[in-house]
Design a protein around this ligand. Structure first.
Ligand SMILES: Cc1ncc(COP(=O)(O)O)c(C=O)c1O
Length: 395
């Protein structure tokens, strides 16, 4: 089938997105948003699938999947055989957590600012194996990279088997110094798993120089592919120990490929894997629209507005406001009685889609900025927060 989705260059990138125009969409961080050319590519693959289901699922699809992995590996700087596609990062964390040979007393070292679903995954598998998931407390606001590292180091013990750390955190929206942690863990002989759900397409990522043992990232967030497209990277020496999360034809395969890792994890029975196939298109889209330039403009806007918005509600940013810690998301700590109500009021009354997240008893209004946003959205948010303070929904 002919590829009809050209690499359109947009004068106004807002036009590239399918998002409702009457809502200020400040929650790109949760599930991303897919530009039209990438969404068209998705539907093109889905049509091709329905045109010839058997040929697609058994023959063409696996070839497309391989091509897609090669392009993603090039983008992330790693070997394409060290990557498998997973629907979401939590799925990737489950594969590893389930398979690690944890002994009673062993420890997984995370922080108290990790993503809730991943916390639950580690809690579940650690409980099953008699191991412990340590949520090392990080002092907020983070004063400096050294202060973060000092806090984190307190969590190491002679029982630590693996470090699990977000490269960009969820509720707090902070970039963390994972390179230093990877190096330190290596020196201590401890494995590292980086949760990079928010990283690809947001800040540059080079898996070869970062050198984690395991890394998971979402493509459907900042790379803007359709929902359900993420990856798990695993260093070759650990691939054989990973059990499939879904046992299917790749286990005891009739026709094994050159890689047990691919056999076990890439074919999970009948499903539509079109979202994975759009990754090359997303990489082309970002390239032809100077996405690192777009990301920089967005970052500048976030860094300008984060202190202003904190001022409005009487709080302060969670880390120094610079490129070391702040990318395209800014989390504003707020005091409020009812975070769920606050989110609903922001949407229903002010037409602002923005998450209000609670972690360790603290609520955060987290704004994300992407190509379709402008200063207008932030002025709208500033006015809304000021009014909500007057209305005592924020105090
Ligand atoms: C830090 C972090 N890790 C992992 C995830 C993965 O989310 P899920 O697997 O629920 O899609 C997210 C999603 O927002 C996240 O922010």
């Amino acid at each position: 089938m002919e590829n009809q989705s050209e690499n359109i260059l947009y004068n106004d990138l807002k036009e590239a997105f399918l998002l409702r125009k009457d809502i200020s969409f400040l929650n790109f961080g949760s599930f991303g948003a897919c530009p039209k050319p990438i969404f068209d590519e998705y539907q093109r693959f889905q049509r091709e699938l329905e045109y010839e289901p058997v040929q697609f699922i058994l023959n063409k699809g696996p070839e497309y999947l391989k091509e897609s992995r090669i392009r993603l590996a090039e983008y992330l700087t790693c070997n394409s055989d060290d990557l498998v596609y997973v629907p979401n990062p939590t799925y990737g964390v489950n594969i590893v957590a389930r398979s690690l040979d944890l002994q009673p007393g062993d420890e997984i070292l995370g922080t108290n600012i990790e993503y809730g679903a991943c916390d639950r995954t580690w809690d579940f598998y650690c409980a099953e194996k008699g191991a412990s998931y340590i949520k090392q407390s990080i002092s907020l606001p983070i004063k400096s990279k050294e202060a973060f590292l000092d806090d984190f180091r307190k969590g190491f013990s002679d029982k630590t088997r693996l470090v699990f750390l977000s490269q960009i955190t969820s509720a707090t929206g902070l970039i963390l110094p994972v390179k230093e942690i990877c190096e330190e863990a290596k020196q201590r002989g401890i494995l590292v798993f980086i949760d990079g759900a928010h990283v690809p397409g947001h800040i540059p990522l080079n898996l070869e120089t970062l050198g984690p043992d395991f890394y998971t990232g979402a493509c459907h967030k900042w790379m803007m592919t359709p929902k359900g497209s993420s990856f798990l990277y695993v260093k070759p020496e650990h691939q054989k120990q990973l059990d499939p999360l879904i046992v299917s034809w790749g286990y005891q395969a009739d026709f094994p490929s050159h890689s047990q890792f691919l056999d076990y994890h890439q074919f999970n029975g009948t499903r539509d894997f079109s979202a994975y196939l759009t990754i090359p298109k997303a990489i082309d889209f970002m390239k032809s629209n100077d996405w690192w330039g777009v990301a920089e403009d967005c970052r500048i806007l976030v860094q300008k507005w984060l202190p202003k918005l904190c001022d409005v509600v009487g709080s302060e940013p969670l880390a120094p406001v610079n490129d070391e810690f702040i990318g395209q998301m800014g989390s504003v700590p707020v005091q409020c009685k009812n975070p769920i109500e606050l989110k609903q009021v922001l949407y229903n009354e002010y037409k602002i889609e923005i998450p209000v997240m609670v972690q360790n008893g603290q609520a955060y209004v987290r704004f994300s900025i992407n190509a379709f946003n402008s200063e207008k959205d932030l002025i709208k948010l500033e006015n809304a927060l000021a009014e909500l303070k007057e209305r005592k929904l924020i105090y």
